[in-house]
Design a protein around this ligand. Structure first.
Ligand SMILES: NC(=O)c1ccc[n+]([C@@H]2O[C@H](COP(=O)([O-])OP(=O)(O)OC[C@H]3O[C@@H](n4cnc5c(N)ncnc54)[C@H](OP(=O)(O)O)[C@@H]3O)[C@@H](O)[C@H]2O)c1
Length: 312
Protein backbone atom coordinates (compact mmCIF):
# COMPACT_ATOMS: atom_id res chain seq x y z
CA UNK A 1 0.00 0.00 0.00
CA UNK A 2 1.35 3.39 -0.97
CA UNK A 3 1.68 5.74 2.01
CA UNK A 4 2.35 9.43 2.59
CA UNK A 5 5.44 9.44 4.81
CA UNK A 6 6.90 12.43 6.69
CA UNK A 7 10.60 12.02 7.50
CA UNK A 8 11.71 14.55 10.11
CA UNK A 9 15.48 14.78 9.61
CA UNK A 10 15.45 13.46 6.03
CA UNK A 11 18.79 15.05 5.13
CA UNK A 12 20.90 13.22 7.74
CA UNK A 13 23.07 10.16 7.12
CA UNK A 14 20.17 7.77 7.67
CA UNK A 15 17.55 9.98 6.02
CA UNK A 16 19.66 10.11 2.85
CA UNK A 17 19.48 6.29 2.58
CA UNK A 18 15.92 5.95 3.89
CA UNK A 19 14.14 8.45 1.64
CA UNK A 20 15.24 6.80 -1.66
CA UNK A 21 14.21 3.36 -0.32
CA UNK A 22 10.75 4.70 0.58
CA UNK A 23 10.40 6.41 -2.80
CA UNK A 24 11.53 3.24 -4.62
CA UNK A 25 8.67 1.37 -2.96
CA UNK A 26 6.19 3.91 -4.27
CA UNK A 27 5.64 5.97 -1.13
CA UNK A 28 5.08 9.70 -1.29
CA UNK A 29 7.70 11.26 0.96
CA UNK A 30 8.04 14.67 2.56
CA UNK A 31 11.46 15.11 4.19
CA UNK A 32 12.85 17.93 6.31
CA UNK A 33 16.08 19.84 6.79
CA UNK A 34 16.80 22.94 8.88
CA UNK A 35 18.67 24.54 6.02
CA UNK A 36 17.20 25.96 2.82
CA UNK A 37 20.59 25.23 1.22
CA UNK A 38 19.82 21.50 1.51
CA UNK A 39 16.36 21.60 -0.08
CA UNK A 40 17.84 20.61 -3.47
CA UNK A 41 19.65 17.63 -1.94
CA UNK A 42 16.45 16.37 -0.33
CA UNK A 43 14.50 16.82 -3.58
CA UNK A 44 17.14 14.81 -5.43
CA UNK A 45 16.40 11.94 -3.05
CA UNK A 46 12.87 11.95 -4.46
CA UNK A 47 11.09 13.72 -1.61
CA UNK A 48 9.13 16.90 -1.27
CA UNK A 49 11.61 18.99 0.73
CA UNK A 50 10.68 21.36 3.56
CA UNK A 51 12.57 23.49 6.03
CA UNK A 52 11.53 22.71 9.60
CA UNK A 53 12.96 23.43 13.03
CA UNK A 54 12.19 20.47 15.27
CA UNK A 55 12.60 22.65 18.35
CA UNK A 56 9.86 25.03 17.26
CA UNK A 57 6.36 23.65 17.87
CA UNK A 58 4.77 25.99 15.31
CA UNK A 59 7.28 25.05 12.61
CA UNK A 60 6.68 21.34 13.24
CA UNK A 61 2.90 21.73 13.38
CA UNK A 62 2.84 23.66 10.11
CA UNK A 63 5.15 21.28 8.21
CA UNK A 64 3.21 18.19 9.32
CA UNK A 65 -0.21 19.72 8.67
CA UNK A 66 0.87 20.74 5.16
CA UNK A 67 2.27 17.29 4.31
CA UNK A 68 -0.86 15.46 5.56
CA UNK A 69 1.14 12.28 6.26
CA UNK A 70 -0.11 8.85 7.24
CA UNK A 71 3.20 8.04 8.92
CA UNK A 72 5.76 10.17 10.76
CA UNK A 73 9.39 9.03 11.04
CA UNK A 74 11.57 10.85 13.60
CA UNK A 75 15.22 10.88 12.56
CA UNK A 76 16.17 14.27 13.99
CA UNK A 77 19.54 14.45 15.74
CA UNK A 78 22.16 17.19 15.89
CA UNK A 79 25.38 15.20 16.08
CA UNK A 80 27.18 16.49 12.98
CA UNK A 81 29.98 19.05 13.21
CA UNK A 82 27.64 21.62 11.62
CA UNK A 83 25.17 21.28 14.49
CA UNK A 84 27.31 20.20 17.44
CA UNK A 85 30.96 21.05 16.76
CA UNK A 86 33.71 18.44 17.02
CA UNK A 87 32.79 15.03 18.51
CA UNK A 88 33.72 14.96 22.20
CA UNK A 89 33.12 11.69 24.06
CA UNK A 90 34.64 13.19 27.20
CA UNK A 91 32.00 15.93 27.33
CA UNK A 92 29.16 13.99 25.77
CA UNK A 93 26.55 16.05 27.62
CA UNK A 94 27.74 19.16 25.76
CA UNK A 95 28.28 17.40 22.42
CA UNK A 96 24.76 15.90 22.61
CA UNK A 97 22.96 18.93 24.07
CA UNK A 98 21.14 19.74 20.80
CA UNK A 99 20.35 16.09 20.10
CA UNK A 100 18.97 15.67 23.59
CA UNK A 101 16.67 18.64 23.07
CA UNK A 102 15.48 17.14 19.78
CA UNK A 103 14.78 13.88 21.59
CA UNK A 104 12.91 15.63 24.41
CA UNK A 105 11.15 18.69 22.96
CA UNK A 106 11.39 17.64 19.29
CA UNK A 107 9.71 14.30 19.96
CA UNK A 108 6.92 16.02 21.89
CA UNK A 109 6.37 18.52 19.07
CA UNK A 110 6.17 15.76 16.47
CA UNK A 111 3.79 13.69 18.58
CA UNK A 112 1.59 16.75 19.16
CA UNK A 113 1.54 17.35 15.41
CA UNK A 114 0.71 13.67 14.86
CA UNK A 115 -2.18 13.90 17.26
CA UNK A 116 -3.44 17.14 15.72
CA UNK A 117 -3.49 15.56 12.26
CA UNK A 118 -4.76 12.12 13.31
CA UNK A 119 -1.51 10.26 12.55
CA UNK A 120 -1.19 7.07 14.61
CA UNK A 121 1.70 5.44 12.75
CA UNK A 122 4.90 6.87 14.29
CA UNK A 123 8.45 5.52 14.05
CA UNK A 124 11.32 6.99 16.07
CA UNK A 125 15.08 6.58 16.32
CA UNK A 126 16.64 5.14 19.46
CA UNK A 127 20.05 3.59 20.18
CA UNK A 128 21.44 0.12 20.82
CA UNK A 129 25.17 -0.03 20.14
CA UNK A 130 27.13 -0.63 23.38
CA UNK A 131 24.60 0.64 25.89
CA UNK A 132 22.96 -2.54 27.13
CA UNK A 133 22.65 -2.88 30.89
CA UNK A 134 26.08 -3.82 32.32
CA UNK A 135 25.12 -7.00 34.06
CA UNK A 136 24.75 -10.59 32.92
CA UNK A 137 25.49 -11.66 29.34
CA UNK A 138 27.15 -9.63 26.60
CA UNK A 139 24.14 -9.56 24.22
CA UNK A 140 20.80 -7.99 25.16
CA UNK A 141 17.24 -8.29 23.83
CA UNK A 142 14.45 -5.70 23.83
CA UNK A 143 13.34 -7.12 27.18
CA UNK A 144 16.58 -6.07 28.87
CA UNK A 145 16.94 -2.51 30.14
CA UNK A 146 19.52 -0.17 28.64
CA UNK A 147 22.26 1.37 30.73
CA UNK A 148 21.30 4.71 32.34
CA UNK A 149 25.04 5.59 32.57
CA UNK A 150 24.30 7.26 35.89
CA UNK A 151 26.78 9.93 36.97
CA UNK A 152 28.54 10.10 33.57
CA UNK A 153 28.32 12.68 30.76
CA UNK A 154 26.20 10.14 28.84
CA UNK A 155 23.42 10.23 31.45
CA UNK A 156 21.44 13.16 29.93
CA UNK A 157 21.56 11.41 26.53
CA UNK A 158 20.28 8.17 27.98
CA UNK A 159 17.47 10.06 29.72
CA UNK A 160 16.54 11.77 26.44
CA UNK A 161 16.46 8.41 24.65
CA UNK A 162 14.34 7.04 27.49
CA UNK A 163 11.90 9.90 26.92
CA UNK A 164 11.60 9.11 23.20
CA UNK A 165 10.89 5.48 24.02
CA UNK A 166 8.33 6.26 26.75
CA UNK A 167 6.23 8.75 24.83
CA UNK A 168 6.39 6.98 21.46
CA UNK A 169 5.40 3.64 22.97
CA UNK A 170 2.60 5.33 24.90
CA UNK A 171 1.36 6.81 21.60
CA UNK A 172 1.33 3.31 20.05
CA UNK A 173 4.38 3.81 17.84
CA UNK A 174 7.60 1.95 17.09
CA UNK A 175 11.03 2.64 18.56
CA UNK A 176 13.96 1.50 16.45
CA UNK A 177 17.10 1.06 18.51
CA UNK A 178 19.78 1.35 15.83
CA UNK A 179 23.26 -0.03 16.33
CA UNK A 180 26.36 2.03 15.63
CA UNK A 181 25.94 3.34 12.07
CA UNK A 182 28.49 2.86 9.33
CA UNK A 183 28.14 3.41 5.58
CA UNK A 184 28.07 6.40 3.24
CA UNK A 185 28.59 9.59 5.24
CA UNK A 186 29.01 7.72 8.53
CA UNK A 187 32.29 5.93 7.89
CA UNK A 188 34.77 8.80 7.60
CA UNK A 189 34.19 10.05 11.15
CA UNK A 190 34.96 6.55 12.33
CA UNK A 191 37.97 5.80 10.17
CA UNK A 192 39.84 9.08 10.44
CA UNK A 193 40.84 8.63 14.11
CA UNK A 194 41.60 4.94 13.46
CA UNK A 195 43.97 5.93 10.62
CA UNK A 196 45.65 8.46 12.90
CA UNK A 197 45.92 5.76 15.63
CA UNK A 198 43.84 7.98 17.90
CA UNK A 199 41.27 5.23 18.51
CA UNK A 200 43.02 2.77 20.84
CA UNK A 201 41.73 -0.44 22.39
CA UNK A 202 41.11 0.35 26.04
CA UNK A 203 42.08 -2.27 28.62
CA UNK A 204 41.37 -5.74 27.26
CA UNK A 205 38.78 -4.39 24.78
CA UNK A 206 36.23 -6.87 26.15
CA UNK A 207 33.26 -4.49 25.84
CA UNK A 208 30.73 -5.45 23.16
CA UNK A 209 29.21 -3.28 20.47
CA UNK A 210 26.51 -3.80 17.82
CA UNK A 211 26.85 -2.30 14.35
CA UNK A 212 24.42 -1.69 11.51
CA UNK A 213 24.98 -0.55 7.93
CA UNK A 214 22.89 2.50 7.02
CA UNK A 215 21.18 0.62 4.17
CA UNK A 216 20.09 -2.12 6.56
CA UNK A 217 18.92 0.44 9.13
CA UNK A 218 16.92 2.09 6.33
CA UNK A 219 15.36 -1.18 5.13
CA UNK A 220 14.27 -2.04 8.69
CA UNK A 221 12.72 1.42 8.96
CA UNK A 222 10.78 0.91 5.70
CA UNK A 223 9.40 -2.36 7.11
CA UNK A 224 8.41 -0.68 10.40
CA UNK A 225 6.57 2.01 8.40
CA UNK A 226 4.78 -0.41 6.08
CA UNK A 227 3.83 -2.89 8.81
CA UNK A 228 2.69 -0.11 11.14
CA UNK A 229 4.94 -1.68 13.76
CA UNK A 230 4.51 -1.03 17.46
CA UNK A 231 7.00 -1.57 20.26
CA UNK A 232 10.79 -1.68 20.54
CA UNK A 233 13.08 -3.29 17.96
CA UNK A 234 16.86 -3.68 18.03
CA UNK A 235 18.08 -2.80 14.54
CA UNK A 236 21.58 -4.24 14.67
CA UNK A 237 23.56 -6.78 12.67
CA UNK A 238 23.98 -10.48 13.45
CA UNK A 239 27.36 -10.20 15.13
CA UNK A 240 27.71 -8.16 18.31
CA UNK A 241 31.44 -8.19 19.00
CA UNK A 242 34.05 -7.01 21.50
CA UNK A 243 36.23 -3.99 20.69
CA UNK A 244 39.23 -6.29 20.67
CA UNK A 245 37.74 -7.95 17.52
CA UNK A 246 36.03 -5.23 15.54
CA UNK A 247 38.56 -2.44 16.02
CA UNK A 248 41.68 -4.24 14.66
CA UNK A 249 39.52 -5.57 11.80
CA UNK A 250 38.25 -2.06 10.98
CA UNK A 251 41.84 -0.76 11.03
CA UNK A 252 42.98 -3.55 8.68
CA UNK A 253 40.10 -2.84 6.24
CA UNK A 254 41.05 0.85 6.28
CA UNK A 255 44.71 0.02 5.58
CA UNK A 256 45.66 1.51 8.96
CA UNK A 257 48.21 0.20 11.42
CA UNK A 258 46.98 -1.93 14.30
CA UNK A 259 45.27 0.19 16.97
CA UNK A 260 47.32 0.97 20.06
CA UNK A 261 46.41 -0.48 23.43
CA UNK A 262 45.88 1.88 26.35
CA UNK A 263 45.37 0.80 29.95
CA UNK A 264 42.08 1.82 31.56
CA UNK A 265 43.74 4.12 34.11
CA UNK A 266 45.36 6.11 31.31
CA UNK A 267 42.31 6.14 29.01
CA UNK A 268 39.98 7.49 31.70
CA UNK A 269 41.53 10.99 31.97
CA UNK A 270 42.27 11.12 28.22
CA UNK A 271 39.07 9.82 26.63
CA UNK A 272 36.65 9.95 29.56
CA UNK A 273 34.45 7.51 31.45
CA UNK A 274 32.02 6.85 28.59
CA UNK A 275 34.70 5.67 26.15
CA UNK A 276 36.22 3.44 28.82
CA UNK A 277 32.85 1.89 29.67
CA UNK A 278 32.05 1.28 26.01
CA UNK A 279 35.39 -0.44 25.36
CA UNK A 280 35.61 -2.52 28.49
CA UNK A 281 32.06 -3.24 29.67
CA UNK A 282 29.71 -2.41 26.77
CA UNK A 283 26.87 -4.80 25.99
CA UNK A 284 25.67 -5.49 22.44
CA UNK A 285 22.21 -6.40 21.17
CA UNK A 286 20.28 -9.20 19.43
CA UNK A 287 18.24 -8.58 16.25
CA UNK A 288 16.10 -11.74 16.56
CA UNK A 289 12.86 -9.81 17.19
CA UNK A 290 13.26 -7.49 14.18
CA UNK A 291 13.97 -10.45 11.90
CA UNK A 292 11.08 -12.46 13.31
CA UNK A 293 8.42 -9.76 13.52
CA UNK A 294 9.37 -7.39 10.70
CA UNK A 295 10.73 -10.05 8.32
CA UNK A 296 13.93 -8.00 8.12
CA UNK A 297 16.75 -9.41 5.97
CA UNK A 298 20.15 -7.76 6.16
CA UNK A 299 22.31 -6.91 3.20
CA UNK A 300 25.32 -6.86 5.57
CA UNK A 301 24.63 -9.49 8.26
CA UNK A 302 28.03 -8.78 9.80
CA UNK A 303 30.26 -5.75 10.11
CA UNK A 304 32.97 -8.06 8.72
CA UNK A 305 31.39 -7.87 5.23
CA UNK A 306 30.20 -4.31 5.69
CA UNK A 307 33.52 -2.76 6.78
CA UNK A 308 35.27 -4.52 3.89
CA UNK A 309 32.66 -3.31 1.39
CA UNK A 310 32.79 0.28 2.66
CA UNK A 311 36.54 0.57 3.12
CA UNK A 312 38.07 -1.55 0.36
N1 LIG B 1 23.14 5.00 15.82
C1 LIG B 1 24.18 5.72 15.45
O1 LIG B 1 25.33 5.28 15.38
C2 LIG B 1 23.98 7.15 15.02
C3 LIG B 1 22.72 7.76 15.05
C4 LIG B 1 22.59 9.08 14.54
C5 LIG B 1 23.72 9.73 14.06
N2 LIG B 1 24.93 9.10 14.11
C6 LIG B 1 26.16 9.74 13.57
O2 LIG B 1 26.17 11.12 13.82
C7 LIG B 1 26.85 11.79 12.77
C8 LIG B 1 26.00 12.93 12.27
O3 LIG B 1 24.76 12.44 11.76
P1 LIG B 1 23.99 13.17 10.57
O4 LIG B 1 24.94 13.40 9.44
O5 LIG B 1 22.74 12.41 10.31
O6 LIG B 1 23.71 14.64 11.09
P2 LIG B 1 22.85 15.25 12.26
O7 LIG B 1 23.46 16.58 12.53
O8 LIG B 1 22.73 14.32 13.42
O9 LIG B 1 21.40 15.50 11.57
C9 LIG B 1 20.43 14.48 11.40
C10 LIG B 1 19.17 15.09 10.84
O10 LIG B 1 18.53 15.88 11.85
C11 LIG B 1 18.26 17.17 11.31
N3 LIG B 1 18.25 18.20 12.34
C12 LIG B 1 19.29 18.70 13.06
N4 LIG B 1 18.86 19.69 13.88
C13 LIG B 1 17.52 19.81 13.69
C14 LIG B 1 16.51 20.64 14.20
N5 LIG B 1 16.75 21.59 15.11
N6 LIG B 1 15.25 20.49 13.74
C15 LIG B 1 14.95 19.55 12.81
N7 LIG B 1 15.86 18.73 12.27
C16 LIG B 1 17.13 18.85 12.70
C17 LIG B 1 19.35 17.40 10.28
O11 LIG B 1 18.95 18.40 9.36
P3 LIG B 1 20.00 19.41 8.62
O12 LIG B 1 21.37 19.09 9.09
O13 LIG B 1 19.79 19.17 7.16
O14 LIG B 1 19.56 20.74 9.00
C18 LIG B 1 19.41 16.02 9.65
O15 LIG B 1 18.38 15.85 8.71
C19 LIG B 1 27.15 10.75 11.68
O16 LIG B 1 28.49 10.36 11.79
C20 LIG B 1 26.23 9.61 12.06
O17 LIG B 1 26.74 8.34 11.68
C21 LIG B 1 25.09 7.83 14.56
Amino acid sequence: MVMRVFVAGGSGVLGRRLVPQLVARGHQVTATTTSSAKLGLVEQLGAEAVVMDGLDAASVGEAVAKARPEVIVHQMTAISVAHAGKPDMKHMDQWFAGTNRLRLEGTDHLLAAAEATGVTNFVAQSYAAWNGIREGGWVKTEQDPTDPMTGTPAEPGMKAIGHVEDVVLKAGGAVLRYGWFYGPGATDDLVEPVRKRQFPIVGGGAGYCSWVHLDDAASATVLAVEKEARGVFNIVDDEPAPADEWLPYLAACAGARRPMRVPTWLARPLAGEVAVTMMTEGRGFSNAKAKRELGWELQYPSWRQGFKAELA
